[in-house]
Design a protein around this ligand. Sequence first.
Ligand SMILES: Cc1cc2nc3c(=O)[nH]c(=O)nc-3n(C[C@H](O)[C@H](O)[C@H](O)COP(=O)(O)OP(=O)(O)OC[C@H]3O[C@@H](n4cnc5c(N)ncnc54)[C@H](O)[C@@H]3O)c2cc1C
Length: 496
Amino acid sequence: MADKYKPMQAADVAQWDAEVGVLVVGFGGAGAAAAIEACDQGCSVMLVEAASAAGGSTALSSAELYLGGGTRIQKALGYNDTVDAMYDYLMASNGPQACPEKTRAYCEQSADHFDWLEAQGVPFKESEYPHRAMMALTDDCLLYTGSEKAWPYVQLAAPAPRGHNLKVEGDNGGPLFMSVMEQAVRVRGIEVRFEARVLRLIVDSSEDDPVICGAVIRQDMREQMIRARQGVVLCCGGFVMNQAMLKQYAPELMKATVPIGNPNDNGAGIQMGLSVGAAVINMHEGFVSLPYYPPATLTYGILVNAQGQRFINEDAYHGRVGAAVLKQSGGPVYLVMRVEDYDGYETQSYLDAPIAGTGETLEELAAELDLPEGQLERCLETYNRFASEGRDPLFHKSADWLEPIVGPVVAIDCTPGRGAFFPYFTLGGLDTTVDGQVKNAAGTVIRGLFAAGRTACGVPRRGDGYASGTSVADASWSGRLAGRSVAVNERRSSSE
Ligand SMILES: Cc1cc2nc3c(=O)[nH]c(=O)nc-3n(C[C@H](O)[C@H](O)[C@H](O)COP(=O)(O)OP(=O)(O)OC[C@H]3O[C@@H](n4cnc5c(N)ncnc54)[C@H](O)[C@@H]3O)c2cc1C
């Protein structure tokens, strides 16, 4: 793979085909934001996109945006969220891999970033979606999209809803988000090239400290040399569509079943960074989901593993639960619930998991499931005893979701690979400074090279701590920072 992306030496460029201040690679959420900011700082910008239209995975997404610390909408709806509470939550949920500097900056600038998005034309309604859901399918805005109200985070940081859904009916946030961002790019007159794939970076090694000064693109069946005086910003997305990279860096993630993203989520940006000595971090991590709600009533159920044992508080965010399922040591995973709580599953759920068994009684159900004898009964006896007191001493599920589970009962099969929908995408990428400069293994920045969005390793760092909205918000925010940072980069002299 390395050879394919081997950089070209500037000295070998016979003729430059075009020259700009800033070359932004990839027209998804991060690339759009980077191009807008660099342009607003007075740079000439070229945005190149391999696909025939703007969008990337951002346009495929719901574009929930995880923003807080007192956004306009949070304030209007009476939520007193603070930067510190948001920071504490993200630091705890991103665990040991969390980057304190990035997380602090993201939280401090979050409300401002919301205002910036609104200023670009991204629409939000002053309203709340008060249900436990993967996303709001109405045009309502504010909802909980993480595990803020669930143990252990509820004890570590003051919860607040931080998911901001766009003002659009249905699951249409991503297309709307990208059409607004594209319009914001267009009105600035930024040069956009579609069906133009960046193949390699161009390096000027004539100085002691090599500098990235452009890229080779393929467009109209021809390789073209684009010179970028201030730098190149890689915003090419992640690597979930690259099987070889997944096998190399994130084999555990492949236990999930459906890689989600656009076909160009093939790690090209990361590979181009690697080709010039960049460091990659957190490459094993990814978002994975067991999308078992809606209907929210499935949260009354319990998840059990091959030993018939629970392993998580089922009121956590679906990504945290999905990551916990993948960590089980093999064998079946079942979600066991009362039949009355199953109601709505077949019409509302994204999960698609088949029924594993049913029973008028727990014993009947247990007999149908492939579990060690008596284990499910014992597990439920303990669960039910405490649930009737509104407690869950083992996993601390909130009392709001505790009801004794008695027959008639049903179990759905959440075993990875047996039909349940387990989507995933990657969270690792190039190591960057807060303002988007790409670092090498020694921690020194590579001159002229910037990265944002999922090409970089950003704020979201763990599958078991992920909150919906941290990707598109982080991509657009980190894109802006990279755009501002490349804009103040030393303007190298023109080739002419
Ligand atoms: C179905 C789905 C739902 C999701 N829902 C949410 C959500 O609600 N909230 C959230 O925060 N996150 C969500 N995500 C994740 C989120 O969409 C992505 O992580 C994020 O949008 C990535 O943004 P990006 O700008 O880094 O990459 P992209 O938006 O993927 O943009 C990268 C662009 O680079 C282009 N490109 C790649 N290689 C090259 C090359 N060599 N030359 C030129 N162009 C190139 C690609 O074609 C693409 O257009 C979801 C993802 C999916 C798939």
